[in-house]
Design a protein around this ligand. Sequence first.
Ligand code: SAH
Length: 257
Amino acid sequence: MSENPSPVIGIICAIPDEIAQFGSAFKQEKVTSHGGFAFAEGELEGKHCILVEAGMGKVNAAVVATILAQEFACKSLLFSGVAGGLDPALGVGDVIVGKHLIQHDYGIINNGVTESYHPGHLPIFAPSERFGYYLDEGLASRIGTALEGFELPMLSAEAGGGEARTPKLQFGTILTGDQFVNCTATRNRLHNELGGQAVEMEGAAVAQVAERFGIDWIVVRSLSDLAGEESGMDFIKFLHETAAGAAIVLRRLIRVL
Ligand code: SAH
C-alpha cells in the first residue's frame, strides 16, 4: 500500500494506447484484480493514484468507476482518452476538458427520431429538468487556472491537417454513447442538436457514477478522428499521437485535486 496520504485518485482509460501514455511517470506499487479488471496502484505527479484500463463502452466504464469509488475509496475519478471531434472548429489532436457530459444514446425514439434524455429519466415516466452532468464549478475554475498559458506539444503535420501546429485546449461538451461514430450525418446531428464538441463511449458514465458517490470527476479527451466516414481510418492512424495529449493534460490537472 502506498505511504502517500493524499486522497486516492482513480484514473480510467478505455484502451491500451491511452493507458500506455502514462508510461514511467506512473510509479506502480501493486496490482489487484476486481471483476476481471487490473487496478494498478501507485504514484503519479506525487499523488496516490489507481490506474485502470476499463475497455470500451459505458458499462465497462461504470463498473470500473464503481469499484474505484467503493473498493479503493477514490475521492475523484479521472478519464483520459481519445474521442471523435464534432465541432467544425476543431481538428485531430485538439483537446477537450469536459464541462458538460451527455449520454446521447439514452432517451426516447419517436417516429425514428432520437431525443436524448437525462439517464434514469423519460418524459413519459420520470420527467426531469436535468440534462447531463456538469463539471463542478470550483473544480472548473481550478482547472482553468492550472491550464492558463499551458501549451501542448506540436502535432505532426499529418495529424495537424497538413501543417504541424499546437493543439487547441478548451472546455467543451462531450457526448457519450455505446457507438463508434463513423458517420457525417450523425456527427452533424450530434453537434447541431446537443452542441457537442466531442463524442466518445465512456465519459458520461464515469460522471454518473461519480455523482452517485458524491465525488469529483474530470474527463479529458483528445480528438483521434472527426467522427465522419474517415473516422475509423483516422482513429487507427492518429490514436497513438493524440492519446498522448489527453494524458499530458490529465497529468497537469492532478495538481488541482
Ligand atoms: N475503430 C475501432 C475501435 C474504436 S475505439 C472500431 O472500428 O471498432 C473507440 C474508442 O475511442 C472508445 O473508447 C471511444 O471512447 C473513443 N472514440 C474515438 N473516436 C470515437 C468516435 N468517432 N466515436 C465514438 N467513440 C470514439
